[in-house]
Design a protein around this ligand. Structure first.
Ligand code: IMP
Length: 185
């Protein structure tokens, strides 16, 4: 099948973005991470919890490169403002199976400040997994405010807002095979 060349710049809603990580580079790094997981989980049967919506493409590519026997579940974080609470609360939805005693690997699209991931890990820890680790497609080290132990990271990126390969800007842009960074105007 012929695939047309990816445009160097794209418009998503009212913003312009330029390619920052081409699909070929993403593929290389996802393959590297899959190799690390295969090595570390040899003889075990990890359960991947992929966080929707952003991690859908990464999870699909990662899992097809793995050899270790594994399970996959998609979860979602629903944010709402609790009536009693002043801050934003995230509730984990979609986890239809017990994680007690399992080797759990959380698959995320991006760790930015780390708040989402640290809250998610806190909740999962209380469910008694045998082990809990994090596998993220992207990490913005410059923005990390909450300490999160990240075992697997495909790519480190600058602080700029990105879309593509599952990541969105106001719901759009997830479909691109490359990752694009916002053009500041
Ligand atoms: P954190 O809680 O600040 O680490 O933010 C994590 C969440 O914010 C991710 O799961 C994404 O949904 C979203 N996010 C953070 N940075 C970006 C970005 O550059 N592009 C798209 N979504 C982002």
């Amino acid at each position: 099948m012929l695939r047309s060349a990816a445009p160097h710049t794209i418009s998503v809603k009212d913003k312009r973005f330029a390619v920052s990580v081409p699909a070929s580079r993403i593929g290389q790094e996802v393959r590297r991470v899959a190799g690390e997981i295969d090595r570390d989980y040899a003889g075990r049967e990890p359960l991947f919890l992929a966080v929707l919506n952003g991690a859908f493409m990464f999870a699909a590519d990662l899992l097809r490169l793995l050899s270790v026997p594994c399970r996959l579940s998609f979860v979602k974080l629903r944010s709402y403002r609790g009536l009693e609470s002043r801050g934003e609360v995230s509730q984990l939805i979609g986890l239809g199976e017990s994680i007690e005693g399992r080797d759990v690997i959380v698959v995320e699209d991006i760790v930015d400040t780390g708040l989402t991931m640290s809250r998610l890990l806190e909740g999962l820890r209380q469910m008694g997994p045998a082990s809990l680790s994090v596998c993220t497609l992207l990490l913005k080290p410059g923005k990390l405010l909450h300490s999160v132990d990240i075992s697997y990271c495909a790519l480190r990126v600058p602080d700029d807002f990105v879309v593509g390969y599952g990541l969105d800007y106001e719901g759009l842009g997830r479909n691109y095979a490359d990752i694009y960074s916002i053009i500041k105007e």
